[in-house]
Write a protein that binds this ligand. Structure first.
Ligand code: HEC
Ligand code: HEC
Length: 301
């Protein structure tokens, strides 16, 4: 009797093991294919890169205040290791300078523009975690300004380890649980027309798109469950249902000082220190836009 049970137990354990191995192997094959896929990038490659100091200043402002590049690439843009978790994988945000370990010397202006607008490397394979799904909304003029700014960064030596997706990461990618491959999340679209910078809701919407508000707060800005690890609180509902009772001054204080009207601090998972560097005009436009989005309950689409 006992030996019979033992045999069944053995069969069950062996079957589970075979199943786990099959899932891991499938994860390897499927993720490998998706990682190696070459993506079409049909937007014009002929993007003009301005050289005047106003454009470089505009690029610097986008990089440091609006689009939060420094949050991942570091204050001097020499790159950071963002994730390094044993069974999951490792992702480093590239060194964007000409220094040792930097990518700038090996990229044309068109390569940099495509990285931003389409989320691909020069060979057409997808970048990892780079939020091109936000930057696809940038006008060609603003992409040009960002590239102009990157081109004149001082060289900073910083060599980063290679990216690597390990077995748990590969299974999660296969199951659609890991939004890793930027080019899969970014439509192959033409550059949108430029919107004149002013205090209108139309310009506020532009800033919300290229600032990545929708990336964290969800497509309708109604909030999103935590996705960025154990320390990350859920992203709040910033439709009028969530912050409709706020005044414009409350909103400006939230982004400049990280404080809600109640005085309760806002977690730094919300990059308010970056957005707080936006101009008064930009914050006014963002607020004007947030007042126009349809009120929605938390996480409702
Ligand atoms: C959420 C984090 C994050 C933000 C924000 C971010 N990046 Fe990246 N970026 C990455 C990561 C990670 C990589 C490396 C991806 C890879 O090698 O697969 C990368 C790669 C790049 C590359 C290199 C492409 C190549 O050819 O190898 C460029 C250029 C770049 N980013 C520019 C920017 C600029 C400019 C901004 C702001 C407008 C920005 N990034 C914002 C994470 C980020
Ligand atoms: C990297 C993710 C991320 C991005 C990008 C982001 N947020 Fe947030 N935001 C959060 C998180 C997380 C919270 C909740 C913080 C907390 O609970 O303390 C939050 C909270 C807020 C709050 C406070 C809401 C409340 O009810 O207290 C406001 C306002 C806000 N975000 C506005 C914005 C705007 C506007 C943008 C775009 C310019 C933006 N956020 C972009 C993650 C993000």
């Amino acid at each position: 009797m006992a030996s019979k049970m033992l045999r069944w137990f053995g069969i069950v354990v062996a079957s589970v093991l075979v199943l786990v191995i099959a899932i891991i192997l499938a994860g390897r094959v499927v993720s490998g294919r998706r990682i190696a896929k070459v993506h079409a990038a049909s937007a014009s490659r002929e993007i003009s890169i301005p050289a005047d100091s106003a454009a470089v200043a505009r690029g610097e402002h986008l990089v440091r205040a609006v689009s939060g590049c420094v949050g991942c690439h570091g204050e001097d843009l020499s790159g950071t290791v963002m994730i390094d978790v044993k069974p999951l994988g490792r992702v480093a945000a590239a060194n964007l300078t000409r220094g040792k370990g930097g990518i700038a010397a090996g990229r044309t202006d068109a390569d940099l523009a495509r990285a931003l607008h389409r989320g691909v490397r020069p060979d057409g394979t997808s970048l990892w975690i780079m939020p091109s799904e936000a930057y696809v909304h940038m006008s060609a003029e603003d992409i040009g300004a960002v590239v102009a700014y990157l081109r004149q960064l001082p060289a900073a030596d910083h060599e980063l380890p290679a990216n690597e997706l390990r077995y748990v990461g590969r299974v999660l990618l296969m199951l659609g649980k890991l939004p890793l491959l930027s080019a899969e999340l970014t439509p192959d679209a033409p550059y949108p027309p430029a919107i004149p910078p002013d205090t209108t809701a139309a310009y506020g919407r532009y800033l919300a798109n290229i600032g990545g508000c929708t990336g964290c707060h969800g497509p309708s800005l109604s909030g999103q469950a935590a996705g960025g690890g154990p320390d990350m609180p859920p992203s709040s509902n910033i439709t009028p249902t969530g912050i409709g009772s706020w005044s414009q001054a409350d909103f400006v204080r939230a982004l400049r000082e990280g404080k809600r009207p109640s005085g309760v601090p806002i977690n730094e998972a919300m990059p308010w220190k970056v957005f707080g560097k936006m101009t008064d005009q930009e914050l006014q436009a963002l607020w004007a836009y947030l007042r126009t989005v349809p009120p929605k309950e938390f996480t409702a689409r």
